[in-house]
Write a protein that binds this ligand. Structure first.
Ligand SMILES: [Zn+2]
Ligand SMILES: [Zn+2]
Length: 356
C-alpha cells in the first residue's frame, strides 16, 4: 500500500488516501519519491477544470526520488541512484511520433503520469503526491547527482516545457528571445534561454518582478499593461515563449516579433484567447505555434544541460499537508517560483511520527 494525497471530488480539498502500485515487472523501476513539484496542471486536473478527471485523483508529475528496486531486465538504472519521472509514464512506442522520440505527441495518446488509463492495474494512473511509484525504465530519467534533488523536480515539467521550444527553434548565441510571464514556466524559460546565450527580454505585468527577472538572467525587462493592445517594443524578437495561461490579447507580443519570428504558446487558458490579428501575422510572415513538454530523450538532454550550467528551479519546499494552501497561493502567483513537496513529510505523517 502506498500513501498518497488525493482529491476525492472536484470540490473537496486534497486529503490523505491509500493507493496500490503494481508489482515490479521485468522492465520496471520502483522509486521512493523524495520530492514532487506542484504544477498548475495538478490543480486544474484535481478540480476537474479541463474535463475528463477521474476521482480519486492523485496529481504530481515532477517526481524525483531514489531507485529502491529494479526488474530483471532493467539496464541504466541501479538501486540507490537518483531518478526522475515527468509527465509521461508510457506511450505506444511504435507510431511516427514515438519513433521520433516525441512520445508526448504519441498518435494513440501517451500514458500520462496521472489521470491516464492505467494499462497494468486498470483505472487511472496516480501521480507523485505519494511515497513511491513504479515506472517502466524507458520513462525514467537520470537526475545528475550535482543537481539539488528538490530544485530539480520542477525541471521535469516546467523545465522541459520551456527547453523544448528553445531547442526546436534553434536558440543560441545572438538569438533574441522574449518570455511572457514570470511564473513557474517563465522563470525557467529565462534561465534556460540565458544559459543558451540568448539575449532575453522578459515581459511582465508586475513591476515588482524586475529585479528578480534580471537576477534570473533577463537582459531587458518590459513592464506591460494588462489589456494592452500595442506592441511594448519595436519588432525585434526571433522567438517568444508565452507562458501566460489567462486569456489575453496576443497582438502586442506578435507585434514585438521581427520578420519570421515565432511566438510559442505553452499554457492552456481555461477560456480561449481572443483571435490574434491576421495583420500581425501576415505583415512580417510571423508564426504562432504551440509546444507540449518534451520527449524522454529531450528531457534527459535538458537535465544534463541543467547540470552542466548549474540550473535548478527556484523553489519553496512545503510539507504534504500544506498542499491545499499552496494551491490557493499558486492561484495568486504567490510563489517564487515553484512549490515542491518534501515527500518525507507524508511518509512520517502516515507512519504516525508526525502530524497530518
Ligand atoms: Zn506540469
Ligand atoms: Zn506512439
Amino acid at each position: 500500500m502506498t500513501h498518497a494525497y488525493a482529491a476525492l471530488a472536484a470540490d473537496t480539498p486534497l486529503a490523505p488516501h491509500s493507493i496500490t502500485r503494481r508489482a515490479v515487472g521485468p522492465t520496471d523501476v520502483a522509486i521512493e519519491i523524495l520530492f514532487c513539484g506542484v504544477c498548475h496542471s495538478d490543480l486544474h486536473t484535481a478540480r476537474g477544470e479541463w474535463g475528463g478527471t477521474k476521482w480519486p485523483c492523485v496529481p504530481g508529475h515532477e517526481i524525483v526520488g531514489r531507485v529502491n528496486a529494479i526488474g530483471a531486465d532493467v539496464t541504466g538504472h541501479a538501486v540507490g541512484s537518483m531518478v526522475g519521472v515527468g509527465c509521461l509514464v508510457d506511450s505506444c512506442r511504435e507510431c511516427h511520433a514515438c519513433e521520433d522520440n516525441l512520445e508526448q505527441y504519441c498518435d494513440t495518446g501517451a500514458t500520462w503520469t496521472y489521470n491516464s488509463v492505467d494499462k497494468h492495474l486498470g483505472g487511472v494512473t496516480f501521480g507523485g503526491y505519494s511515497t513511491d511509484v513504479v515506472v517502466d525504465q524507458a520513462f525514467v530519467l537520470r537526475i545528475p547527482e550535482s543537481l539539488d534533488p528538490a530544485g530539480a523536480a520542477p525541471l521535469l515539467c516546467a523545465g522541459v516545457t520551456t527547453f523544448s521550444p528553445l531547442r526546436h527553434w534553434n536558440v543560441g548565441t545572438g538569438s533574441r528571445v522574449g518570455v511572457v510571464g514570470l511564473g513557474g514556466l517563465g522563470h525557467m524559460a529565462v534561465k534556460l534561454a540565458h544559459a543558451m546565450s540568448a539575449e532575453v527580454t522578459l515581459f511582465t505585468t508586475s513591476p515588482g518582478k524586475e529585479a528578480d527577472a534580471r537576477r534570473l538572467g533577463a537582459d531587458h525587462v518590459v513592464v506591460t499593461q494588462r489589456g494592452a493592445t500595442t506592441a511594448p517594443v519595436t519588432p525585434s524578437l526571433d522567438l517568444i515563449i508565452n507562458t501566460v495561461s489567462v486569456p489575453h490579447s496576443l497582438d502586442p507580443y506578435l507585434g514585438a516579433l521581427d520578420r519570421e519570428g515565432v511566438m510559442v504558446m505553452v499554457g492552456v487558458p481555461p477560456e480561449p484567447h481572443q483571435s490574434p490579428s491576421m495583420m500581425a501575422l501576415i505583415t512580417r510572415r510571423r508564426s504562432l505555434a504551440g509546444s507540449l513538454i518534451g520527449g524522454i530523450a529531450e528531457t534527459q538532454e535538458m537535465l544534463d544541460f541543467c547540470a552542466e550550467h548549474g540550473i535548478v528551479s527556484d523553489i519553496e519546499v512545503i510539507p504534504m499537508h500544506a498542499i491545499n494552501e499552496a494551491y490557493e497561493r499558486m492561484l495568486k502567483s504567490d510563489v517564487k517560483y515553484r512549490f515542491v513537496i518534501d515527500m518525507a513529510t507524508l511518509r512520517y505523517a502516515t507512519s504516525g511520527q508526525g502530524a497530518a
